[in-house]
Design a protein around this ligand. Structure first.
Ligand code: ATP
Ligand code: MG
Length: 191
């Protein structure tokens, strides 16, 4: 196989250690998990993001936003809690509820320092998602970063009108990774 083809097999992905991870002094521990798995750091920095940057970071498409809203409704239903969209959240439908959750995310992610890490390796996007674990801390398996270090409940988060604290963001797929790496790093900041 030619060298060029070998390089094409490597993926790059973005990890953000969210303000809760930085506050809890878990930066070193989290980075070492990725290094231990064999991923290579090709970009690294600490920033206090603006609301504008976070707004550009999270998707704006209807399906993604509605999914955030559905998550909140599902969480309440599972806990047998009745929610009144208008009274409890001041919204009319699931899309508007998703927009609310998205706004909580923007406020939280811009509330403190965030560590940005660009990682490279074969199948890096899936490998990183696997190491990070499921979105909801109590469903994340032991051995994953979220499973080992986070304990937040979606119900509590929604009652407190804030996002689930799960320490990390990791790009969901290769397309997201390409977009996010460009958003968070200048070309000259990446190896
Ligand atoms: P991330 O994009 O942060 O890596 P993810 O891809 O596992 O996480 P997404 O569906 O993209 O999950 O949601 C983005 C983030 O929004 C989650 O990590 C979580 O912090 C928060 N979140 C998602 N749904 C809700 C909800 N219904 N209520 C509160 N917070 C939520
Ligand atoms: Mg995501």
């Amino acid at each position: 196989m030619k060298k060029k083809q070998k390089i094409d097999l490597l993926e790059r992905t973005l990890v953000l250690i969210k303000p809760d991870g930085v506050e809890r002094r878990l930066v070193g521990e989290i980075i070492s998990r990725f290094e231990r798995a064999g991923l290579r750091i090709v970009g690294l920095g600490i920033v206090k993001p603006t609301k504008e940057l976070i707004d550009r970071h999270y998707p704006k498409n209807r399906a993604w936003i509605e999914n955030l809203g559905y998550n909140t409704i599902k969480t309440a239903e599972e806990a047998k809690l009745k929610i009144d969209l208008q009274k409890d959240y001041g919204v009319k439908n699931v899309y508007e509820l998703g927009l609310k959750v998205r706004q909580w995310l923007i406020d939280f992610m811009s509330s403190g320092p965030v560590v940005k890490i660009a990682l490279e390796g074969p199948m890096a996007v899936s490998v990183v998602r696997k190491l990070v674990g499921k979105t909801t801390p109590y469903l994340a398996e032991p051995g994953t970063i979220r499973g080992d270090y986070s304990i937040d409940s979606p119900l509590l988060a929604n009652l407190e009108k804030r996002p689930i604290k799960n320490l990390i963001h990791a790009s969901g797929n290769l397309k997201e990774a390409k977009y996010e790496l460009k958003l968070w790093f200048k070309k000259s900041e990446l190896l």
